[in-house]
Design a binder for this molecule. Sequence first.
Ligand code: SAM
Length: 188
Amino acid sequence: MPINILFDILAPIYDRVIGDRDPAEMVDVLELSNEVSLLDVGGGTGRVSSDLRKHVSNLYLVDLSLTMLGEAKKKGIQDLSSTSSENLPFQSNSIDRIMVMDALHHFPNQEKVIEELFRVVKPGGIILIEEPDINRLLVKLIAIAEKLALMGSHIHSPTEINKMMRKFSSNINIIPNERISAWIIGRK
Ligand SMILES: C[S@@+](CC[C@H](N)C(=O)[O-])C[C@H]1O[C@@H](n2cnc3c(N)ncnc32)[C@H](O)[C@@H]1O
């Protein structure tokens, strides 16, 4: 099943199934302020970024699934775009902060997406990628389940993502967290 159709079906229940995130944590790690713009790539329903709107000057969200975007719109996110993350509709060096939450492994060409993130973010800007940490047993089981469900996803390890990002910046750090995911944070 094409991935956007799967998320079209899941959209109305997605937030309830996955759960909330603490916006304060995101404000800290992304160094948000009302002078910076934020782009949420593969942002889905805006589950995470909708609460960050009041902390930034502009919030943009791109996602392939129109139904996920419909849920984001209900939360009041205005700047929505139904686009593949491999071709972001933004000028080079135009966005201060970019977040990719639990979405990278769904993108068919992850290296191309990372190249796009670094193209679009401003010099000195921050890119945060949160991905399930494939070193954990539960994530290995999730990866197998997604393969069996023919979702076409591929979970790279934080070290592999770090390596992909290092082609564009030497300032990349991996921060494990208490959930089953890791943050890979790059500064251009
Ligand atoms: C697991 S959801 C995560 C959504 C959101 N980031 C969150 O944490 O709630 C993955 C999202 O990636 C989107 N997606 C999958 N492939 C995509 C692509 N090539 N370009 C843009 N979005 C894509 C899906 O539609 C879905 O909304």
